[in-house]
Design a protein around this ligand. Structure first.
Ligand SMILES: Cc1cc2nc3c(=O)[nH]c(=O)nc-3n(C[C@H](O)[C@H](O)[C@H](O)COP(=O)(O)OP(=O)(O)OC[C@H]3O[C@@H](n4cnc5c(N)ncnc54)[C@H](O)[C@@H]3O)c2cc1C
Length: 496
């Protein structure tokens, strides 16, 4: 049966439409209910449940790599151990939804395919496919709040290696982990050494015959106990959980600011320190220089916290090992390395990262013209020139993503209330006359932060300008002062 033509379907209207019910979308919905109680809004989510990243990643051991005091929202105390499993994060988000009666605003199984802005009506029209019935439905909205994350959910990134078809075992990407994958008693090779590999390896090592983490180059890890001493002490003193949450957040953020600064000011000292911590978890004769000494500066890529150094414990026990080499090709039996060694495997797991998705792979158009986001300039990594009434929550990488959800949540609500007060129908980020010759730069500074999935797709993302208004600093400590102080009457906002 074909679905009814979209244009014949009547559109349902909302003041604000939130795309995605991950940690960003649920946070956005909360802030709207609190700060713009009169706005009618809906959250459209492609999956059948909330959680985004935490709903769709199902590989064994999946957990956060940053602490939940700051990855949690500022308004909902976190009461568990700092590093949390996906299940714990989903429970926390579920409580936020229940406690604030957000469920009535969320429509699941709605995958948005297009969004068209009409300047004559000052409205977005969206088309979505209902994934359970394949029906096409339409919505109109005054303001589009993009909370769709930054990577393609349906499929992870797997590089093309020669001979992949020859391999007689199974190749699995952690993003699409088969529920019935039998790794017990098998020889497993995990390609990659990012946060995913560091989580997966200790989670399954004991049950495999042997597991090898194969990396092209080493990564920084930060092992430590999965506890927060300050929070535990405050709990002993029977302090209220809301206070504990706030105090612990402030302490963590202060410490993180100091670490970040130290990584910038004394990268060599920090490098030595991080490697020395890793050494403590490994046998004395272990080749730390080869396997755990990265060539980049600490913090240029996300620094993964490893609770209780579990990945290193697996290595120390002999169940897991690390190989640092280049892949020459896949073979029938496994992987042939550039060094000539062949790694035999029954299962190869490609923990090789994401495919970046620019704004949810939605076909955007403004007044009939398709939008090429790479040709837009971003206002502080949230709005885009030429694209009215739209904002994207792109969270922090170095600090917890969610800190920006709260910060931009306040900003959007302030902006919406400002527009209502002044009777404005439309807002667009606009380059000022003095910005005409401004140098345009990539979305993020690659010298500052350069994970592979961003580097591969940076040319698809909006540009950044050299002046503060057009920067995308990824710096929570600067933005937490600057964003609340933004003058909404400034000329970079074009209202109608
Ligand atoms: C394994 C893993 C671990 C991570 N750990 C951390 C961590 O510890 N700390 C940290 O700060 N960050 C972490 N991150 C980054 C993490 O993705 C973000 O922190 C955060 O979860 C992103 O939330 P989000 O809601 O913005 O996006 P997502 O979680 O990606 O959710 C977006 C939602 O939007 C929906 N959506 C997308 N496109 C459409 C569409 N066209 N129509 C309808 N719905 C759509 C998706 O279905 C999804 O549910 C991790 C990422 C991964 C993959």
């Amino acid at each position: 049966m074909t679905s009814p033509s979209a244009s014949s379907t009547p559109a349902e209207h909302f003041d604000v439409l939130i795309v995605g019910a991950g940690i960003s979308g649920v946070g956005a919905a909360y802030h709207l209910t609190q700060q713009c109680p009169d706005k009618r809004f809906v959250v459209l989510e492609g999956y059948e449940s909330f959680g985004g990243t935490w709903h769709m990643h199902r590989y064994p051991g999946i957990r956060s790599d940053s602490d939940l005091y700051t990855f949690g929202y500022r308004f909902k105390p976190w009461t568990g151990p700092p590093i949390a499993t996906a299940e714990e994060i989903l429970t926390y988000m579920g409580e936020v939804i229940d406690e604030n009666d957000l469920d009535r605003h969320i429509r699941y199984s709605h995958r948005i395919t297009s969004a068209s802005w009409s300047s004559s009506e000052n409205l977005w029209t969206l088309e979505a496919t209902k994934t359970d019935t394949n029906e096409t439905v339409r919505f109109t909205t005054n303001f589009l709040w993009m909370c769709q994350g930054y990577y393609r959910h349906a499929q992870g990134y797997t590089p093309e290696w020669e001979g992949m078809d020859d391999f007689e075992g199974e190749i699995v990407h952690p993003q699409t982990w088969p529920e019935d994958l039998e790794y017990q008693g098998k020889r497993v090779v995990v390609i990659g050494s990012g946060a995913t590999a560091a989580t997966l390896v200790p989670a399954i090592a004991a049950e495999t015959e042997h597991i090898t983490m194969l990396q092209r180059s080493p990564t920084y890890f930060f092992p430590g106990r999965n506890e927060n001493e300050l929070a535990d002490q405050l709990r002993e003193l029977e302090i209220d959980e809301a206070w504990i949450h706030e105090i612990t957040r402030r302490k963590i953020l202060k410490d993180q600011a100091a670490i970040t600064q130290a990584c910038i000011d004394q990268p060599e000292d920090m490098k030595k320190l991080l490697i020395a911590v890793v050494k403590q978890y490994l046998p004395e004769d272990y080749d730390v220089e080869k396997h755990f000494t990265p060539s980049y500066r600490p913090w240029q890529q996300r620094l993964a916290f490893v609770p209780d150094g579990d990945v290193f414990q697996g290595i120390a026990s002999g169940k897991a090992s690390v190989v640092t080499d280049q892949i020459d090709r896949f073979t029938k039996k496994g992987i042939l390395l550039a060094s000539g060694e062949e790694l035999e495997a029954d299962i190869i797991i490609t923990a090789t990262g994401f495919n970046l998705s620019v704004l949810g792979d939605i076909a955007f158009a403004v007044d009939g013209e398709p939008v090429d986001f790479a040709k837009t300039v971003t206002y502080r990594g949230m709005m885009f020139t030429g694209v009215p009434n739209m904002l994207w929550i792109f969270g922090y990488f170095r600090a917890s993503w969610t800190l920006r959800v709260d910060l931009l949540g306040d900003f959007v609500c302030r902006l919406l209330n400002h527009m209502t007060q002044h009777g404005y129908q439309r807002v667009e980020a606009r380059l000022r006359p003095e910005d005409a010759d401004m140098e345009l730069l990539p979305w993020m500074d690659p010298g500052n932060f350069n994970p592979n999935y961003l580097m591969r797709s940076m040319d698809l993302l909006p540009r950044r300008g050299a002046k503060p208004e057009w920067q995308h600093t990824q710096d929570y400590w600067v933005e937490k002062e600057e964003i609340p102080a933004v003058d909404l009457g400034a000329p970079e906002f074009d209202y109608k």
